[in-house]
Write a protein that binds this ligand. Structure first.
Ligand code: ATP
Ligand code: MG
Length: 247
């Protein structure tokens, strides 16, 4: 259960993704202790919280890389708790892990082809859509992913995930390890994905910057949501600032 800092959860758009009391973890380590988060249609939802709070674990459970031991996960009002990651992709979900999210030895074009594996017939249509969102990729079609800058590489990772035409994109700390000037650039890429119509759930260490652009945000601590509200309101909350944002 969480405290709503501001805003009215009932006025949010209809959820495309919901977790209800999800319990999950690794072997005998329970990490998610009953996490309930929603992603509304067209929203950018940011999940922040201390190191080890279970943010990445929650995303892995949402995508089906680990099982939910208890609780349910719904995508477009359909219970997908028992589906494999592949079937979740077919149902409209895409996931970009924190690391190793592009194939460095393949070209930009080949990376996008890999992204379209589930529906190769629509490759060109999807690629055009991705290049509309990220025009910088068009001139780089033949370039090896390893030759791209940090910011461009994340653009490609997002683009690759968008090749399946997902309703929901899950992003785990895309700005991690990037120099400060690139953080805003990568968050700008996230914003473009949302503006192009994909709902985005973003886990982010650079909490202050991410909260500024979040339609709604959750503070996750010890595996469950503690606070929620519009991103800028979470950012302005003195108690959350003191507890979670370094004062
Ligand atoms: N594969 C794994 N096997 C066992 N324990 C794991 C595994 N991955 C993570 N953990 C543990 O689960 C807990 C939560 O980790 P998780 O990666 O979900 O946190 P996080 O909120 O994403 O943290 P960070 O901000 O550092 O990315 C940590 O105690 C971590 O050590
Ligand atoms: Mg993490």
């Amino acid at each position: 259960m969480s405290e709503v800092v501001a805003g009215d959860p009932d006025e949010r758009p209809r959820p495309v993704l919901s977790t209800v009391d999800v319990v999950s973890g690794y072997t005998d380590a329970e990490i998610c202790t009953g996490a309930s988060v929603d992603l509304g249609e067209g929203e950018l939802v940011v999940v922040i919280g201390p190191n080890g709070a279970g943010k990445s674990t929650l995303l892995k459970a949402i995508f089906g890389l680990i099982d939910a031991w208890e609780g349910t996960i719904e995508l477009n009002q359909q219970d997908i708790t028992a589906l494999s990651p592949r079937d979740r992709v077919l149902a409209g979900m895409a996931y970009v892990p924190q690391t190793e999210n592009v194939f460095p030895r393949l070209t930009v074009r080949e990376n996008l082809e890999m992204g379209a594996y589930i529906n190769p017939d629509r490759f060109e249509e999807r690629r055009d859509h991705v290049e509309e969102i990220f025009p910088a990729l068009e001139g780089k079609r033949g370039a090896k992913a390893s030759s791209l800058s940090g910011g461009q590489r994340q653009m490609l990772a997002f683009g690759r995930a968008l090749m399946t035409d997902p309703d929901v994109l899950l992003l785990d700390e895309p700005s991690a390890g990037l120099q400060p000037s690139l953080v805003d650039q990568v968050l700008g890429h996230v914003d473009r994905v949302r503006q192009a119509g994909t709902s985005v759930m973003l886990v982010e260490q650079n909490a202050r910057q991410a909260l500024q652009i979040a339609d709604w945000a959750y503070v996750l601590d010890e595996g469950a949501e503690r606070y929620e509200g519009p991103g800028p309101k979470i950012l302005d909350d003195p108690e959350i600032g003191r507890l979670y944002l370094g004062g």
